[in-house]
Design a binder for this molecule. Sequence first.
Ligand code: FMN
Length: 212
Amino acid sequence: MKAIAINGSPRKGWNTDLLLQEALKGAADAGAEVEMIHLYDLKFTGCRSCMACMRKGAEPAKCYWQDDITPVLDKILFADAVFFGVPIYFGEITSQMHALIERLSYILLTYDDYSKKLFHGTVNCGCFYTMNATQEHFETMYAERMKQSFRVLKKLNGEIVEYPCYDTLQFTDYSKYQAGTFDEAHKRQRREEQFPKDLAAAYQIGQKLCGK
Ligand SMILES: Cc1cc2nc3c(=O)[nH]c(=O)nc-3n(C[C@H](O)[C@H](O)[C@H](O)COP(=O)(O)O)c2cc1C
């Protein structure tokens, strides 16, 4: 069994990365071989419209454009579970995550028949969203957008679990930044009281999506 985590945050060791590390621990404890991929370490773009994947006779679900994301697309399709982690930037997923989703979406599409399945395997997916927003703000402003951004994952035929992690700590020392809107004491309290629960939930999701 193989599980991979894809970190769509540029920051290693921060909220998104830590959640993904816990999901991978859960997966490993369920018996999976695990791998972390940091998107911001890779050099790649969104779909280049080279049309190689759309040619008659092209291998289904194969991206022919070669850059650092090409092997990651293959890894996604060969995994048993994939954990996508992304901070919300301006109400959207980050640009690198969007570029990955664009590449994945195009290789799973044919203009011959929009409803045709090009991938017949099963990949369970966990989607972890981190944000400054509260639960209420997420639910009214972002939840539907996030579902839409990751809608291609339905084509992977597996279970999809979403986990929003609200009101995260963004700075190590708020006093050094122009961050007057935030109450540092509240943020620290969230980090101490809520974030360990988020990590525990990520671990459980990792286990569950790897069949435990
Ligand atoms: C460029 C940028 C834009 C952001 N936009 C939003 C936003 O629209 N809504 C929100 O709730 N948080 C926003 N945030 C905060 C991050 O989503 C939040 O700090 C997240 O936990 C960061 O993840 P990380 O700690 O793993 O890097 C933004 C942060 C940055 C750097």
